[in-house]
Design a protein around this ligand. Structure first.
Ligand SMILES: [Zn+2]
Length: 82
């Protein structure tokens, strides 16, 4: 079966802008990643960090093997769901 993107929906992750996903990280490789996207709020617009609310201030992507919120081994989810 072909690889496809997955999301680990985690009850321990209460950050709305943070996702734990399995995705392509370059032309050949896939990995579980922790992806955080910081969207500007009205406060950040007032502080001059962004022009509009909702604008992306920064994104971070980190390769991971375990969910940093619940500790589940993600590579096992990968194997069990194909
Ligand atoms: Zn988790």
């Amino acid at each position: 079966m072909n690889k496809q993107e997955k999301t680990h929906y985690c009850e321990e992750n209460w950050y709305k802008d943070t996702d734990v996903r399995y995705e392509k990280i370059n032309k050949e490789q896939w990995s579980w990643v922790l992806e955080q996207t910081w969207h500007a709020s009205e406060i950040e617009v007032e502080d001059g960090l962004a022009e509009r609310a909702g604008e992306i201030i920064s994104t971070h992507t980190v390769l991971i093997s375990y969910c940093p919120f619940c500790g589940e081994k993600l590579t096992e989810i990968e194997e069990n769901t194909w």
